[in-house]
Write a protein that binds this ligand. Structure first.
Ligand SMILES: [Zn+2]
Length: 344
């Protein structure tokens, strides 16, 4: 009997999709007066989308900088541990083996990541502390500058011409020594080049888009994509910056980004970094949404790819566009797994 498309989706997603960027800790922290938030607000969408593992990013909003950055980061991690301990369906994972084991046990693996190293201040010893707490992937900056370097501009030009500070270089070397994955999402072009010049392991870009379709320095150029490919790294495709135009922010354009990267460096170089944050954005007052638009850009959420429950729509469309089973499984899971197996 011929396999239906829905059966084929089930089979391709059976091992669980890996999404390497989700702003979960910040939401858990802001709602710290509530219990069992993971199960109450996130589990049903994650299950509906067959999500097997998620990179959950410690991120510190401007209003906490600089004094309380460290405390808020620790509190975000504390919330992850408390919430995970209260549920049979989640597990904090620190290694490739633990990610595999979580799936076998029917749990969703949470890989703790950091988006911007503001919590460390200028204290390299704290990197070791966060490592012990489970942080396994670090992006040096968000859009702003900090003690290690500069974020890429949400414009075609205008990022700082400077690379890393000497503290930034020390931090990168220490990440590589500890086997913390170095995430090049958000870093400015000069910092991007410098990180690659002082490291040897495969780099990742957890959530980004190609400049071919959205030409801002926060996204990545063809030359940058090729540099990642040469080092056998993986680029996670972001769902919220696929186009500056709302009418072009579609599932097909999302897949165009996947295809574009695969055409440049091969299918082994592309994965998923959805960056779903509509749930946070919708909680903000209009004034704050306007602030985001003025500072960065107005995010355009893809109608049928707005949250984890929609991941199935992506798999279906990949099939319709002619991607093979092997290619789809690499995009959805196996490329990230290869990085984890090699580095964690
Ligand atoms: Zn980001």
């Amino acid at each position: 009997m011929k396999e239906s498309i829905e059966e084929r989706i089930d089979r391709l997603e059976a091992s669980g999709i890996i999404d390497l960027h989700f702003d979960l800790p910040m939401d858990l922290y802001e709602k710290r007066d509530r219990k069992n938030l993971l199960e109450a607000e996130f589990l049903s969408e994650l299950d509906a989308g067959n999500i097997g593992a998620v990179g959950v990013a410690i991120y510190i909003e401007d209003r906490y900088l600089p004094e309380t950055a460290l405390r808020v980061a620790l509190d975000q991690i504390a919330r992850l541990y408390t919430e995970t301990a209260a549920s049979q369906r989640f597990a904090i994972c620190k290694s490739y083996h633990e990610i595999q084991k979580a799936r076998e046990a029917g749990r969703i693996g949470l890989l703790i990541t950091m988006e911007g190293v503001e919590p460390l201040g200028t204290d390299l010893d704290l990197l070791r502390v966060f490592y012990e707490l489970g942080v396994r992937s670090i992006g040096l900056t968000h859009a702003r500058s900090n003690a290690v370097g500069h974020g890429g501009a949400f414009a075609a030009t205008g990022s700082s011409p400077d690379g890393l500070t000497s503290f930034g270089r020390d931090l990168v070397r220490e990440c590589e020594r500890l086997s913390v994955i170095i995430d090049l999402a958000h870093i400015n072009p000069a910092g991007f080049n410098e990180i690659l010049s002082i490291t040897t392991k495969p780099p990742i870009v957890s959530h980004t888009n190609v400049r071919r379709y959205y030409d801002i320095e926060r996204n990545i150029s063809d030359a940058q994509i090729k540099m990642i490919g040469e080092r056998r790294g993986v680029i996670g495709v972001n769902s919220v910056l696929v186009s500056p135009r709302e009418d072009e922010s579609t599932m097909d354009r999302y897949i165009d980004h996947i295809e574009y990267i695969a055409n440049l460096i091969g299918i082994d170089g592309v994965g998923i970094g959805f960056d779903f944050f509509e749930f946070i954005y919708r909680q903000w007052p209009e004034s704050r949404q306007k602030e985001l638009a003025a500072k960065f850009t107005t995010p355009h959420f893809i109608p049928d790819l707005r949250n984890h429950a929609h991941a199935r729509n992506l798999t279906r469309r990949l099939i319709e566009r002619g991607f093979s089973d092997r290619q789809i499984m690499k995009i959805l899971r196996n490329n990230w797994l290869r990085i984890f197996e090699e580095l964690l």
